[in-house]
Design a protein around this ligand. Structure first.
Ligand code: FE2
Ligand code: FE2
Length: 183
C-alpha cells in the first residue's frame, strides 16, 4: 500500500478519535451541562484548520491523478472534492454558532448541537467513502510512477514555510487536546 494512503488513513484515525471527544462535548450540550470550552475551542481549531489546510490538499492530489487516469468516475467519487468544501463550510458554521454563544446571545442549545452533529455526520460519512471506495480505487489505478509524482508534489508543498508554521501550530493544538483528554 502506498505510504501516502497509509498516512491519510492514519489521519482519518486521528479524526475519529477527536470526533469521539467532540461527541462527548456535544452530549454535554444535549444534557444542558456546560462543556469544556478549552477543549471545544481546541477541537474547533483543529477541525477548521488541519483537514482543509493539509489532509484534503493531499487527497485532492490523489483524486486528480485518479481522474486523469480513470476518466469519468462514479457519482460518489465526483462528490468527494465538493464534500471537502462542504466540510469546511459546516465546520465554519459550528464555529460561528459557538462565537454567538460566547458573545452571550441566547442561541438555543439545539442549534449548537445540530451544527456540531451536521459536521460530525458528514465527516464520518466522507471518511467511510474514502476508506472503502476511493483509497482502494487509487491503489488499484495508480502506478508506482503516479505515486512518486504525488509524493513529489506533497514534498514540495511541505517545504513551504507557511505550511510548516501552520503544521507546527496545529501540532500544538493536538497536544492541548491530548493533554486535556488525558487529565
Ligand atoms: Fe476527504
Ligand atoms: Fe480524508
Amino acid at each position: 500500500m502506498s505510504h501516502i494512503i497509509e498516512k491519510l488513513q492514519q489521519e482519518h484515525g486521528e479524526f475519529r478519535v477527536f470526533l469521539k471527544v467532540f461527541d462527548a462535548q456535544l452530549d454535554k450540550f444535549r444534557q444542558g451541562r456546560s462543556p469544556n470550552y478549552e477543549l471545544l475551542d481546541a477541537l474547533l481549531d483543529f477541525f477548521t484548520s488541519f483537514p482543509d489546510e493539509w489532509h484534503h490538499q493531499k487527497e485532492d492530489l490523489v483524486y486528480d491523478a485518479v481522474i486523469e487516469k480513470a476518466g469519468p468516475m462514479t457519482d460518489s467519487l465526483v462528490n468527494l472534492r465538493a464534500e471537502h468544501e462542504k466540510l469546511a463550510a459546516k465546520a465554519g458554521h459550528f464555529e460561528d454558532r459557538m462565537a454567538h454563544l460566547r458573545r452571550g446571545s441566547d442561541l438555543p442549545m439545539v442549534e449548537i448541537v445540530e451544527a456540531g452533529e451536521a459536521y460530525d455526520r458528514l465527516l464520518r460519512h466522507h471518511m467511510v467513502k474514502e476508506d472503502q471506495v476511493f483509497f482502494p480505487m487509487a491503489q488499484k489505478i495508480l502506478s508506482v510512477d503516479d505515486w512518486l509524482q504525488i509524493d513529489d508534489q506533497i514534498s514540495q508543498q511541505r517545504e513551504n514555510p507557511e505550511l510548516v508554521d501552520k503544521m507546527l501550530r496545529i501540532r500544538s493544538v493536538t497536544d492541548v487536546i491530548s493533554e486535556i483528554v488525558a487529565e
